[in-house]
Ligand binder design. Sequence first.
Ligand code: DSN
Length: 467
Amino acid sequence: MSGDASFMNQTLGQADPELYEIICNEKDRQRAGLEMIASENFTSVPVLQCLSSCLHNKYSEGLPGQRYYGGNEFIDKVELLCQKRSLEAYRLDPEKWGINVQPYSGSPANFAVYTAIVEPHGRIMGLDLPDGGHLTHGYMTTNKKISGTSIFFESMPYKVDPATGLIDYDKLAETARLFKPKLIIAGISCYSRCLDYKRFRQIADENGAYLMADMAHVSGLVAAGLIPSPFEYSDIVTTTTHKTLRGPRAGIIFFRKGIRSVGKNGENIMYDLESKINQAVFPGLQGGPHNNAIAGIATAMKQATTPEFKNYQEQVIKNAKRLSDRLKSAGYKITTDGTDVHLVLVDLRSAGLTGSKAEHILEEISIACNKNTVPGDKSAFNPSGIRLGTPALTTRGLVESDIDKVVEFIDRGLKLAKDITTISGPKMVDFKRVLATDTNIVPKVKALREEVETFARKFSLPGYPDY
Ligand code: DSN
């Protein structure tokens, strides 16, 4: 029975109508809503076709030409094509840069780098999570080591200046001189300005540290050549492939090859990152690579070299700048007073709202975003801001004039949240109760949600039509 073609070749709708219906509902949610989570995007049909192709079936532990399983003639071609296109997309010389395209996503990619080049309990420095860094850059609280990076390595965060919201490079330099990290990470999860990679390099060199850039959020903008590239100054660059880059959910690691520095006697000191990083990915941390995802990366990297992709990334930035400007005009405080990239961090302290309440009301009116700490927040669990991004909306074709409408919806939603707080008081549980039951509030929320959804449905959604 299990090999029966009629059983195996059913569509999902035939084989599992219950699950199919849930997926169709999610598709409709994506179509009816405004997706403003800065790390999300809608990938293309060719990438989806790679993901659901026969490549999914194959085991291929090892690297092209050196596999632990037979039958990898075509899988090798896929992986080599992916490597080649990834280097091309970032205009890298294969003599100077190597790549591993096997990490399952960004977190495993980062952990593989730490495993490769930082000894157990070796020291790393990354931007603190409440200041816009990522969990995997070493996050811990006073009471708990949260990320594996802080459990298995010694983490010393650097911070932003709470007055400006900008990274305090002088303080980072001062702390690095004392802490002597093995690795400094230049990367963000919520920071709306370009990073000063040259300054990071100087600080790393002063302390004999490696510099790793985690460009996950901005890798599409870097490929399009619209913001400074981390490659000029970094030893290692990691990225996810599904955010601004708009490919499949996966991760990759670029590493330098060739001469690292010149020794005291004029001898060349060579990089030895290639074998260390490759071995950390497999067999160190992972098993068989996800060949369907690797094919998806290959296709996304081909797309990333096209004029259409560059136009898209330009529009992502234009839309983010317009979002920031219009929110400022509506009276909202924007951390760092603007943006250079695809995201905007709204500081709601002066608006008298918490990030949680703002996220919740916006979800109720079909606008997806996430609550986020703003500089000066004491707790990552009760943040005072929201992070808004434009990559997904731009993929659907929104331009600046549409962003004006989006800002109007956000403003009306946040004003409703203020009205609710006036009735409910500060507790979230009361806020949710009033939102769900107050006879004056409920119809206003419903009417606004319908307006947002009617607006959102005007824009096409890439992917398969129904699911
Ligand atoms: N979860 C991603 C983000 O939202 O920034 C990072 O991995």
